[in-house]
Design a binder for this molecule. Structure first.
Ligand SMILES: *[C@@H]1O[C@H](CO)[C@@H](O)[C@H](O)[C@H]1NC(C)=O
Ligand SMILES: *[C@@H]1O[C@H](CO)[C@@H](O)[C@H](O)[C@H]1NC(C)=O
Ligand SMILES: *[C@@H]1O[C@H](CO)[C@@H](O)[C@H](O)[C@H]1NC(C)=O
Length: 358
């Protein structure tokens, strides 16, 4: 009894250590630990709402007079429920031995996919004359793997939400299985050995848009259940100019130890991946958080809260107390049809009153 307890404690400590080494905020450890089933982020099978991350941080919150389904709708739209629905993966291509052969699994409408031992042929990129947001880079015969079982119909059934920043439909539409394919020098000009993330990107200059990229990448790591930083990142940007992530580029350091690679640098090459994530993108239909439907009367998302904690931890941003006397607040109010703050008057007053109190 005592020995088994010691053993159990031993494994528990080992797991805790492995998790700590994976550089997660300490608050995450009990949720990420598979040893302790009492706690969960919120999307795991059998996860009790009361022991989830969101419950601990007191989110989401709804007004008293909302309809009964409001809270769970909000949870699906903006909290860890967003991860849960996208974690149901369809098998497009599977093999028993994925050391050599291929696999491809995707959530509904190819919003997120994970592949092993696959290739993309980038001979149609033609970077020197390429344009932004191109959906025609990957043509027939330019993507595939070697699957023991391949379900082309599953692929066909999930092409409905095609769009550059909505899904991977345009890149995977032509995926085929070829019994002669293997990741080797004959088939590949370049082989990515490390797990790789290829991500199509929204505008880098605008924090609102660019953080749609980052939070969806973070949510995708929850889908894969891994926050390893020894991963390569490819910016799947088809513009002829460099992606030039000067304003918020430091954020990539929360995801990878390595400098992101531009798609352009792979122009014309047959590129093979041993392990490839195609993450959730910035402008899914009803996605997080561009064009996002939100249940009225509710607010506060555990997923977004954890994203914030995670970034602050990984980027080692010190938490300074704000000194009210020294805060300068600038509100930029635009006057376009859709991009307007409707409550700018109220918001200004809110901040002003609080500041003048200090
Ligand atoms: C959550 O609620 C269940 C019963 O509904 C209870 O068994 C469990 O202990 C609770 N978990 C926590 C962490 O409070
Ligand atoms: C996905 O998860 C697997 C299993 O934990 C891990 O080996 C791999 O590195 C992860 N991929 C990425 C891109 O993080
Ligand atoms: C000041 O801010 C607090 C939240 O920090 C808020 O509850 C309060 O209503 C604000 N005061 C005014 C006068 O707007």
């Amino acid at each position: 009894m005592l020995t088994s307890l010691v053993l159990l404690l031993g494994t528990f400590l080992l797991v805790e250590k492995a998790l700590a080494d994976s550089n997660l905020p300490s608050r995450f450890l009990k949720y990420a630990s598979e040893q302790d089933e009492r706690f969960c982020f919120g999307y795991e099978p059998g996860c009790q709402q009361n022991s989830s991350y969101s419950a601990e941080v007191g989110m989401p919150k709804c007004d008293k007079d909302v309809w009964p389904k409001a809270m769970s709708n909000f949870y699906e739209q903006a909290d860890f429920g967003y991860v849960r629905t996208r974690r149901n993966l369809h098998e497009v291509c599977v093999s028993a031995d994925t050391e050599k052969k291929s696999s491809l699994r995707c959530s509904d409408n190819l919003l997120y996919c994970y592949a092993k031992n696959v290739f993309f042929d980038l001979s149609n990129l033609r970077a020197a004359t390429s344009k932004r947001y191109r959906n025609d880079v990957i043509q027939h015969g330019q993507v595939g793997g070697n699957c023991e079982t391949f379900w082309p119909q599953v692929l066909q059934n999930n092409l409905k939400q095609a769009g550059y920043l909505s899904s991977w439909a345009h890149e995977l539409n032509h995926f085929r299985s070829n019994a002669l394919f293997a990741v080797n020098e004959r088939n590949c000009d370049i082989v990515f050995e490390r797990p790789t993330i290829a991500i199509k990107l929204d505008a880098a200059l605008n924090m609102y848009h660019h953080f749609c990229d980052f939070i969806n990448l973070y949510a995708s790591q929850h889908i894969n259940g891994s926050f390893h930083m020894d991963v390569d990142i490819i910016w799947w940007d088809t513009d002829t100019n460099e992606y030039g992530d000067h304003a918020f580029g430091v954020t990539w350091k929360a995801f990878s130890l390595w400098k992101p690679i531009e798609l352009k640098s792979l122009d014309g090459k047959r590129v093979c991946f041993k392990s490839l994530m195609l993450p959730l993108l910035a402008r899914q239909y009803g996605g997080l958080y561009y064009n996002m439907p939100l249940e009225p009367g509710c607010h506060g998302s555990g997923l977004v809260h954890s994203f914030s904690e995670h970034l602050l931890h990984r980027l080692a941003v010190p938490k300074w107390e704000a000194s009210l006397e020294e805060v300068r607040l600038v509100i930029l109010s635009r006057s376009t049809t859709f991009r307007r703050m409707l409550n700018i008057g109220k918001a200004g007053l809110f901040f002003f009153k609080n500041l003048s109190k200090g």
